[in-house]
Design a protein around this ligand. Structure first.
Ligand SMILES: *[C@@H]1O[C@H](CO)[C@@H](O)[C@H](O)[C@H]1NC(C)=O
Ligand SMILES: *[C@@H]1O[C@H](CO)[C@@H](O)[C@H](O)[C@H]1NC(C)=O
Ligand SMILES: *[C@@H]1O[C@H](CO)[C@@H](O)[C@H](O)[C@H]1NC(C)=O
Ligand SMILES: *[C@@H]1O[C@H](CO)[C@@H](O)[C@H](O)[C@H]1NC(C)=O
Ligand SMILES: *[C@@H]1O[C@H](CO)[C@@H](O)[C@H](O)[C@H]1NC(C)=O
Length: 627
């Protein structure tokens, strides 16, 4: 739908801005859709670096499609007649209020004021974006604050010199796609995946079909402002292992001045303090490691963070290469977790909705999720840290077909891959990075880029494992040998089949995807888009009713259990947490209203996997560390 449905704003604008916003009926809603309101995502958005002075800029903004040739912010334009849009949201989503499909260029704008106590001499004002898809040029009061490329990453600009502290400011975000780095305003490519452009985009497609979904455009995570002192902490990297060794690096705006670290235990009691320098590696040991939070003071800046103590490694247990967490092998079982929502697409309707998915998985006994070629808001990883759910984090894939990326596209993919690691390496729940999914965007002629990328990953983050190629084109790189096979697993097993190879004893065996059995629910729980409904019959297997679905689930889980007992299988990922668009193979339907599982049966089958793994390892005798 185009925004012509919104002409009514011309009349309503004089009454109230907020009146103009209306959730559009999405092809399928959830229990949360109509509870979102106009104050979405009120939570503090950066749990790893918290500061008291902040202001949320989410809410109702103005939106219109933009001229591809736009060079300047439209400061002389009244947006009174433009559509009201909810930030954060994907412009294509019902929750956005515009549900505008195929947007390539857009203006998003709002007014804001700066709190008076932020204006003391010397303090700086930072404007933070948690994610804008795909490129954003940001203007404050008509002057350019900066440009950012990449749809999944946090970025910020120092806007101290652009804001008026005594009045209203106008923030404009020009959203474009695929422009050249030299001049983000002028040189613009056609923005579709079908026209040879190749960017990290995950499952988004201009023409969705079966396993590919409606695209997300615009500001899809929280926008916020904060006040920082002249000398402030810009970033905090932290990792802590099971022996109590803590490694930190505090990026500060003022060189390597002194940073004070005070460590506070779970109960709020201070455990120890440590003095260090900014911008230099910090290492110290905590005696009895438990969950704790560091509180950092640097100059006038004071921030809090958190970490968890754990060690991820590869080891040999009774002759089989295994993933070890805190020196122990246990079986990792999780779901393929797409993180799509029928009302918000990339943006969950709320934190509560987002955590609901994780709690369902946790209650079934899963101990892991594979976050599939998408990156979530920081609060997702914090929730996994709090719930104790392991996370395998995929890099959002480039285009799945031919042509493969050219040199410039590959370089951009690698740049964004490093950003993913840099921005997420302090969440304890993430224990594995995936570079490529099923060969999508994976160059296989001339050289195998996953070797270099796996090595670089280990340099950037030595505390985690690398699954270089999850599915299909495995050339031996990384810590894992990862088969995808539907519906039945081929995990650590000596079987050959199309795109699945027999176990490589030098690496950990994981079944990166299996299951995927479908069940076509009643029309009311389906994504009501005809193309998606037509694609349902492409599902690997459809079981006529829930009894058959659960019977088949039991057979496949039993097969997996036997591969743990007989072969070298160390982990597996069931496809998938929820249905998405034309896919009807979730534990939950896309609207989260139906859980297909016979819960007692699945809990028992999941527990049986852990027991089978325990049976292979005994009391962890014969274990030896490999790294
Ligand atoms: C806005 O209007 C003023 C006055 O007419 C003009 O000088 C200025 O160039 C305009 N700016 C833009 C960005 O159009
Ligand atoms: C979006 O654009 C593509 C490519 O031009 C087109 O095939 C598709 O029908 C468009 N979708 C909608 C909903 O307009
Ligand atoms: C803000 O406005 C007040 C009152 O009008 C004035 O006294 C003050 O100087 C202004 N501050 C700035 C920074 O312009
Ligand atoms: C799937 O259904 C469509 C019509 O909805 C039909 O054209 C197509 O042949 C079917 N495909 C298969 C594999 O059954
Ligand atoms: C799935 O169910 C929908 C709605 O009842 C129906 O239109 C569609 O044909 C069904 N598809 C298959 C493959 O069963």
């Amino acid at each position: 739908m185009h925004i012509s449905g919104q002409v009514v704003f011309g009349v309503l604008a004089a009454v109230s801005q907020v009146l103009g916003y209306q959730v559009q009926t999405p092809p399928l809603d959830t229990e949360w859709t109509y509870k979102v309101g106009t104050n979405p995502w009120p939570e503090y958005p950066r749990p790893l670096l918290q500061r008291p002075q902040w202001q949320n800029l989410n809410g109702i903004w103005k939106y219109r499609r933009a001229d591809p040739e736009a060079r300047m912010a439209p400061i002389n334009e009244s947006f009174a007649n433009a559509a009201d849009v909810l930030v954060p949201s994907c412009l294509e989503s019902g929750l956005s209020g515009v549900q505008d499909i195929n947007v390539t260029y857009a203006w998003l704008t709002r007014e804001f004021t700066v709190p008076h106590d932020w204006t003391q001499t010397g303090r700086r004002i930072m404007l933070n974006f948690e994610a804008v898809d795909y490129e954003a040029t940001v203007f404050v009061n008509g002057r350019k604050a900066g440009f950012h490329r990449g749809g999944y990453w946090h970025f910020n600009f120092d806007v101290t010199n652009l804001v008026r502290v005594n009045g209203t400011n106008t923030l404009y975000v020009y959203r474009n796609i695929c422009s050249s780095p030299e001049d983000p305003h002028v040189h613009v490519f056609d923005p579709t995946d079908s026209m040879g452009y190749n960017i990290p985009m995950g499952k988004q497609r201009v023409n969705p079909s079966h396993i590919f979904y409606r695209a997300c455009t615009g500001i899809w995570q929280t926008v916020w402002m904060e006040s920082v002192p002249k000398n402030y902490i810009q970033k905090l990297d932290i990792s802590a292992d099971a022996d109590g060794k803590v490694k930190m690096q505090v990026a500060t705006s003022g060189g390597n001045d002194k940073v004070s670290i005070s460590i506070v235990g779970d109960e709020g009691v201070s455990i120890m303090s440590h003095e260090a320098s900014g911008n230099t590696p910090i290492e110290f040991v905590v005696d009895s490691p438990k969950l704790w939070s560091p509180r950092l003071t640097y100059s006038d800046d004071e921030v809090t963070s958190y970490t968890g103590f754990r060690t991820v490694s590869v080891g040999e247990v009774n002759g089989i290469v295994r993933p070890l967490i805190n020196g122990k092998f246990f079986f990792h079982f999780g779901t393929l977790d797409q993180g799509y929502w029928p009302d918000g697409l990339h943006t969950p309707p709320s934190r509560e909705a987002m955590v609901y998915d994780l709690e369902v998985l946790k209650s079934l006994g899963l101990n892991m999720v594979r976050k599939h070629i998408k990156v979530e808001p920081a609060l997702f990883y914090q929730a996994c840290d709090q719930l104790g759910l392991l996370v395998i984090q995929d890099m959002p894939a480039m285009f799945d077909g031919e042509p493969k990326p050219n040199a410039a596209q590959q370089a951009e993919f690698e740049r964004q891959f490093e950003i993913m690691i840099d921005q997420h390496k302090s969440y304890p729940s993430i224990y594995t990075w995936i570079i490529y999914n099923e060969g999508w965007g994976q160059i296989t002629q001339g050289y195998y880029p996953e070797y270099d990328l796996a090595a670089r990953t280990k340099q950037l983050d030595p505390t985690r494992l690398v699954d270089a190629t999850s599915g299909w084109f495995d050339h031996g790189a990384g810590d894992y040998h990862d088969n995808h096979h539907y519906a039945n697993p081929q995990c650590g097993s000596p079987f050959y089949s199309l795109n699945s190879s027999p176990h490589d004893p030098k690496r950990i065996a994981i079944q990166g995807e299996f299951g995927g059995i479908g069940h076509n629910v009643s029309a009311q729980n389906l994504w009501k888009v005809q193309e998606a409904i037509n694609a349902i019959n492409q599902t690997y297997e459809i079981d006529a009713d829930l009894e058959a679905y659960n019977y088949r689930g039991h057979i496949l889980m039993t097969e997996l259990k036997e591969q743990i007992q007989r072969y070298a299988c160390s982990g597996a990922v069931w496809t998938q947490t929820t249905d998405v668009e034309g896919e009807v193979n979730g534990f939950l339907t896309y609207d989260r209203r139906i859980l297909r599982l016979n819960v007692d049966q699945w809990k028992a089958d999941i527990q049986a996997l852990y027991d089978a793994a325990q049976g292979r390892t005994g009391q962890y005798k014969g274990q030896k560390a490999l790294n």
